[in-house]
Design a protein around this ligand. Structure first.
Ligand SMILES: C[S@@+](CC[C@H](N)C(=O)[O-])C[C@H]1O[C@@H](n2cnc3c(N)ncnc32)[C@H](O)[C@@H]1O
Length: 232
């Protein structure tokens, strides 16, 4: 009961529903000035559902988010582990901490993507750590992977993953993350793709990766943009 109250309160704080309740914050359609995550309540609830499933069913592995912005969705993952007193899983927080990369010619689907120019998307590692600290969530079970995904994720010191959340907004960021990390997702683990509905090139990256590897998971919708599937 008190766990539910804590997690419900935290969802309202992280999304900024607590001070600026809105349809946009429920759905996660905006970039909140004060909240710690762009993700809305529905996608935080999806994290909770997936995390609880892997905990209840003892699916081995850590939680990892690639693309964290101010850190709110990853903070929520750490809070779930904390309130269930789970000490054998780490939350990995991967980001450049300086925004998105400029589009590369080897990924034509990213052509014209101008998100790398948005300063608001560049949140420093120190600021993200400060956000975790502010809610008492910064400790040895939070590990940061700083740098561009193509340079950091392939050799990241992560073994098994039970919950993989990709929120990198681009073809490159999605495809590279899947290439680097999908093999490490445990059977029964979850893969969440935040931008699947919103960013066409992200959806394309998912299907290019799945087709290349002859995979056809059952992709389920979370809300207007987010989807997830369970690795069989
Ligand atoms: C939409 S934001 C993530 C939102 C976040 N999950 C939340 O809860 O609000 C996208 C993030 O992905 C990061 N990013 C995108 N592509 C990247 C790449 N190729 N390498 C490293 N970081 C990347 C950006 O720095 C940014 O912080």
């Amino acid at each position: 009961m008190s766990r539910d109250l804590y997690l419900d309160l935290l969802k309202n704080v992280l999304t900024d529903q607590i001070y600026h309740p809105s349809e946009a914050r429920l759905e996660g359609t905006d970039w909140p000035e004060n909240g710690f995550t762009m993700v809305g309540l529905k996608r935080l609830e999806n994290i909770q559902i997936c995390a609880m499933k892997v905990i209840e069913e003892n699916i081995e592995g850590d939680f990892l988010e690639a693309g964290v912005w101010k850190g709110g969705a990853s903070m929520f993952m750490r809070a779930i582990l904390k309130c269930f007193k789970i000490r054998n899983r780490t939350v990995w927080i991967a980001d450049s901490f300086k925004g998105l990369p400029s589009p590369k010619s080897e990924y034509p689907a990213d052509k014209g993507n101008s998100l790398y120019q948005y300063e608001k998307l560049a949140v420093s590692l120190e600021q993200v750590k400060q956000n975790f600290r502010a809610l008492n969530l910064l400790d040895e079970q939070t590990q940061f992977i700083e740098g561009w995904f193509h340079e950091t994720l392939f050799d990241a010191p992560v073994n098994k993953i039970a919950l993989l959340r990709l929120d990198g907004d681009m073809y490159e960021s999605t495809y590279v993350s899947l290439e680097a990390l999908y093999n490490r997702v445990s059977i029964g683990g979850f893969v969440i793709i935040d931008d699947y509905g919103y960013v066409e090139s992200c959806k394309q990256a998912v299907h290019d990766f799945l087709n290349k590897n002859s995979l056809s998971p059952i992709i389920q919708k979370i809300d207007w943009t987010g989807v997830y599937w369970r690795k069989e």
